[in-house]
Design a protein around this ligand. Structure first.
Ligand code: ADQ
Length: 717
């Protein structure tokens, strides 16, 4: 865990709930995933958790409030009191009537009124004010979820130098959907008050950045949104579970008792389990209908299977949720009426919160977990089920549209909107061979054991601590004054050298490297600069000479490929190599890279003339990161033996001879007499180039992160 300043967590609800009984206030912990993940932080002095305690303030006397605040303090919690009207407009109205459905690709229901939006803003402000009042400048502030999208910005205004993180627990919709929202730009600008925005999947992060682009909020480069005031990193942190808690639950006596009771109830039956909050996004009706179809088409299953549907009450004040509850219950009734026999009822339906012991006993007993939300940010139930399974016999049927599907590839994945796919998924789950079940479950379990919720919280915190504070990035920002200085120096100079990186500098990143071809405007600009006899323009890139030749071969500029292993002078046709190394290293490195690439989808191995590259931009970031740890380790002896270097670029791992650097190739030009040298780069490979620039030259890094460059570029127009 990184050393850290005072931590303030801000979320709509606290990790404890408050109940009023008579004149007394009772506070009891409600151990959700978030509370578990953050428990090692919340126990420390200086950590405060701010949120609504769950009771409208109208129902509370002044004495109640004092009592609540007093009791909450024992849990490091601090209340934000909200009136019934505020809860109606901010929570039920705007958060759950507008944002929740839109973010889950569902039709919005009530709540899209100006009044609700006003209250949403005001309440977000109140959360920020309470947090500011309880913390000192220099704190770390971590805001959670869609109810508080504007809070980071309100905090930022008062605390330009604090570290502010934001995590979204629900999906982020496609940019075209999001930007259709009347206040989309305000909401996004609000969230961009943070230094780090975390989402469950890489896809959601992409949608977020794409929305920034569409709404012209800052410049987007790689996974960063670069704003005039600070740079925001937007990336995925898939949330895990408290693995050991579920894996070891079977040892608890109360769990064993529950389990035995379930064994008795469902003796001889295949048990299909569903566990969800009551919510339109969870696709409960669709699942019921699929089950009905299965029973009607496969009569041999009658009396041999049961569906246990556990529904946790949620947002009971919202009319749409009340209606949904009635529809679910009617459907359950209808299916039971249609198929029940004297000895068997096809669906057992429970509408209640159940204690942990009972829930895990259900997970253990279930043969199939049927997790088929229409859309879900992550879905922890899927993960909890896998972790709880003891006999390696359980199988997970999982929506491809749940965030968890990106990690749990071995689940039987289904399309929750297609009844055929749901029924097919259930049928497959019922007939999968035992060996196959075991293999799938083992792979998923290994993943979950590693990527726990504790690790999730730690990695978010570490990343947040690494983010440069806003003030630091402002100090190095290429502001108007400095930009003018560079332009003036350029005009005064007689011999100029421009050293330019390509990807991430002249062109933004694409998922597939081939797609990042230069625009017509860029080509025209390079041509214009190159034609000037006073200029030497050099593109120094990690790309192959073929790519560079194809794109820039006809321009009057020089090219350096493969991070400086090869270069071609302006107007020349021959490529020269800079390294003195032999090529015996290539074979062992390639074999290793290929072996690792086969373990996960969407990783590719590129063979360059002087490098072998492992590309993982398109792969699941978590799986890729996990493999990278091992890959680096296995590479070590080879690196030593052949005097190589490992280079970690933007979602690439590259191995090449140690004497190949952008700095070394830059020397081919720098040794000549220039009175203006400008180098622009964006990643660690460009640091060698910056280091080679003589005093008086200009070095600019695009994006954030530690750098030798003199300035960090904010506007790239
Ligand atoms: P939820 O929509 O609430 O969370 P989920 O991730 O499945 O969905 O978490 C539900 C939690 O409630 C689980 O930990 C489960 O054990 C518990 N639970 C469910 N039914 C229960 C019952 N009847 N009794 C007791 N406990 C029950 C939101 C997002 C998700 C995202 C999480 C975390 O919608 O997509 O995964 O936040 O970020």
């Amino acid at each position: 865990m990184a050393a850290m300043a005072e931590l303030i967590i801000i979320s709509n609800r606290l990790p404890v709930s408050v109940r009023k009984s008579g004149n007394d206030i009772e506070v009891y912990p409600s151990a959700g995933g978030l509370a578990t993940g953050l428990s090692s932080y919340t126990k420390r002095r200086g950590t405060k958790w701010i949120g609504w305690p769950g009771l409208p303030s109208n129902a509370l006397t002044e004495a109640d409030r004092l009592q609540i605040a007093d009791k909450l303090r024992e849990y490091h919690c601090y209340p934000v009191f909200l009136s019934r009207k505020q809860i109606n407009e901010f929570y039920n109205g705007y958060s759950n009537g507008v944002l929740w459905p839109l973010f889950h690709d569902l039709p919005a229901h009530s709540g899209d009124s100006e009044k609700n939006w006003q209250t949403y803003q005001a309440v977000n402000h109140t959360f920020a004010d309470v947090a500011l009042g309880l913390s000192k400048p220099g704190s770390t502030l971590w805001v959670h979820d869609y109810q508080l999208l504007l809070t980071p910005q309100y905090l930022r205004v008062e605390r330009p130098n604090d570290r502010i993180g934001f995590f979204l627990h629900i999906p982020f919709p496609e940019a075209n959907t999001f930007t259709g929202l009347p206040h989309a730009a305000n909401l996004l600008a609000g969230t961009l008050g943070a230094d780090l925005v975390g989402l469950h999947t890489d896809g959601y992060a992409k949608h977020f950045l794409q929305s920034c682009r569409q709404l012209e909020l800052g410049d987007v480069a790689g996974d960063q949104a670069i704003l005039p005031t600070h740079t925001v990193r937007v990336t995925d942190f898939p949330m895990g579970i408290d693995y050991l808690k579920f894996a070891h639950a079977a040892r608890l006596r109360r769990v064993q008792v529950e389990h035995r009771s379930l064994e008795r109830t469902y003796r001889g039956q295949k048990l299909i389990l569903t566990v969800d909050r009551l919510d339109p996004a969870k696709g409960l009706l669709e699942r019921l209908e699929a089950y009905e179809q299965l029973l009607s088409s496969d009569p041999h299953l009658h009396e041999a299977i049961t569906m246990l549907m556990l529904v946790i009450p949620s947002r009971e004040e919202v009319p749409e949720y009340q209606e949904l509850k009635q529809r679910i219950e009617r459907t359950v009734g209808r299916i039971n009426d249609r198929f029940a026999t004297r000895y068997w009822q096809p669906i057992d339906y429970l509408y209640q919160t159940v204690p942990f012991e009972q829930l895990t006993a259900m997970y253990q007993r279930a043969d199939i977990a049927f997790v088929a939300p229409i859309r879900d940010g992550m879905n922890l139930v899927a993960k909890e089920y896998i972790a709880s399974q003891q006999g390696h016999r359980g199988i997970l049927v999982l929506s491809e549209t749940a965030g968890a599907a990106e990690e749990l590839k071995e689940a039987i994945q289904v399309d929750p909107t297609r009844p055929k796919s749901l029924v097919g998924g259930l049928r497959r789950a019922l007939t999968l061979p035992r060996g196959d079940l075991r293999r799938r479950a083992d792979t998923m379990r290994r993943h979950l054991r590693h990527f726990t919720v504790q690790r999730w919280a730690d990695s978010f915190m570490e990343e947040l601590q690494q983010a440069p504070t806003s003030a630091a990035s402002r100090t190095y920002t290429l502001d108007d004054i400095h930009r003018q200085k560079v332009i003036d120096a350029y005009h005064k100079a007689k011999r100029r050298l421009l050293l330019l990186d390509y990807d991430g500098v002249l062109r933004s990143f694409e998922r597939k490297p081939d797609a990042a071809e230069p625009s017509h405007e860029l080509m025209a600009l390079l041509k214009h600069l190159g034609q000037n006899v006073a200029n030497d323009v050099v593109i120094i890139s990690g790309r192959s000479k073929t790519d560079l030749n194809n794109w820039f071969g006809t321009l009057p500029i020089a090219l350096a490929a493969e991070h400086g292993a090869l270069f071609r002078r302006k107007g020349g046709h021959n490529w020269h190599k800079t390294t003195s190394s032999e090529s015996g290293w290539r074979h062992p490195v390639s074999v290793l890279f290929k072996t690792y690439a086969e373990r996960i989808p969407d990783v590719t191995v590129e063979q360059k003339e002087w490098a072998v590259v492992w590309h993982y931009r398109a792969a699941s970031p978590y799986q890729a990161r996990r493999l990278l740890v091992r890959l680096r380790y296995t590479l070590k002896p080879i690196i030593k033996e052949y005097n190589l270097q490992v280079l970690e670029g933007n979602k690439v791992l590259e191995v090449r001879p140690a004497d190949v650097t952008k700095g070394r190739v830059a020397q081919e030009w720098i040794i000549h007499d220039y009175d203006f040298v400008l180098a622009i780069g964006d990643d660690t490979t460009d640091e060698d180039m910056f280091a080679a620039v003589p005093p008086g030259g200009y070095t600019i890094k695009v994006g954030r992160g530690p750098t030798l460059a003199e300035r960090v570029l904010v506007y790239l127009r």
